[in-house]
Design a protein around this ligand. Sequence first.
Ligand code: GTP
Ligand code: MG
Length: 539
Amino acid sequence: MAESRGELRGLLAEIGRRRTFAIISHPDAGKTTLTEKLLLFAGAVREAGAVRARRGARATTSDWMEFERRRGISISSTVLQFEYGGAVCNLLDTPGHADFGEDTYRTLCAADAAILLLDAAKGLEPQTLKLFRVCRARELPLITFVNKLDRPALPPLELLDQLATRLGLVPVPLTWPVGDGHHFAGAIDRQRREFISIERTAHAATAGTERRYPVATAVPPGVAREDWRAALEELELLDASTERLDHARFMAGHQMPVFFGSALANIGVQRTLEGLIELAPSPVPFAGEGNGGLRPLDAAFSAFVFKIQANMNPRHRDRVAFLRVCSGSVERGLSTTVARTDRSLQLKFLHRAFGQERATIERAVAGDVVAVTNARGLRIGDTLYSGDRVAFPALPSFAPERFATARNSDLARDKQFRRGLAELAAQGVVQILLRPEIGTREPILAAVGELQFEVAAFRMAREFGCQIELNPQAWTQACPVDREHTPKLQGKWGIDLVEDQHGHPVALFRSERIMEAAAQEVPEIGLPRPADHLGAHPA
Ligand SMILES: Nc1nc2c(ncn2[C@@H]2O[C@H](COP(=O)(O)OP(=O)(O)OP(=O)(O)O)[C@@H](O)[C@H]2O)c(=O)[nH]1
Ligand SMILES: [Mg+2]
């Protein structure tokens, strides 16, 4: 607890500078590219990398894993902390692919706001809509960035209409694009009535200087006359028909500010960065589990683990737990309690994360994401606190739908095989299920999507030197069961009983129909109804 009134004020002022937001969307809309460009314009990187880097050129900061760089997709969320304009930003780049949805959902639990990305040619895509619903359930304020206007795009008014009708909230464009495709030169800042363009740089790898032209003057350089005329007409229409941005309505999720641009071409990035700092909320109190109520921001330290990653950097082959600080502050060496085990844990080293890199820090406050190293006993979802006890609600977990047995091709590497799989399971890459009669010899990998298996096999080879052979299995559903009820399922309906990595019983079913039949006949086992079965959602 902050001791004096002055310290308390200082702590709250520090917390007030935090902006912690996640970038979410359907795969490929440009989250990682926008992340990289936000870093570039904030001065956190000098040169922007590309998702598919040219030979010898930089790759992006957030897609740092080898698998990501090879495939040009994000498979895991990344934490990037940087300062800009007096604010301390904790930016969370998330994977768009549904197979990694669990990671994205967990990461959203650590954010105070989200940037929803749209591909201007595609509009609202299914995965974006799904993630939008998750944000709504968590009451996260949303900011939209319409990306890829350097390509032929849907008419911006149509995009706004999609947002309004399909999301059911009021989009408030703060900028407006002029032209699209090759003609896209910049966007109009509606508040300041200025057209903003950006100086071109080689491969848009460095941040060019922004140029602003009052809308009232002649057609700005580089803009086609007809595009300018069309944009001004649309602007007039917008002025007459759209609401003004109201901070309270934005925070309550009724309004959504919208920016337009091209992350790849650097267009609109600077204005979006400024908008984010201005609009994104500073941290608000998190609710504890049960009747715990809200944990005030100035209460003693509390945090939860939303991500675990090992072997991040060849220089630091260790295990990192990422904590979202929810209240108070944490100084290096602080003694905390892990709510799940009631054990104490001293936070000997604190780090600020920047993609694969990290730097030691002495202190972090509510809103920050900190990386803690070698915290062996920590699990995803764990709460850490000092002072009054608190436990934050469980993080969402998805029921796996795909299963494969894993075999180690090189029996001499059995230790690495077991250690590697346990480590990947702890990181949430896949779940590991064990058949008690076979033990760890041929574990079952369980996942939401096929890509998770590929990542697991790739990382087993790279990080643990184990070539694994995966054989798909016919189960389609898995469900945790209390041990006392397992006899009621034993030998029935072709159910297989296995154990998860913590030794808890799990029932495996060969079809959803069988699972429903079992749930009807033995209701006390508490199998999920089909509706729950899509995966838990954050409270
Ligand atoms: N033309 C154009 N291409 C873009 C733009 N932004 C991103 N891209 C390209 O779109 C592809 C996907 O970009 P990413 O940044 O990896 O997209 P993402 O949303 O992070 O993808 P996942 O994390 O895999 O879901 C890459 O080839 C980018 O170069 C843009 O503004 N214009
Ligand atoms: Mg990405």
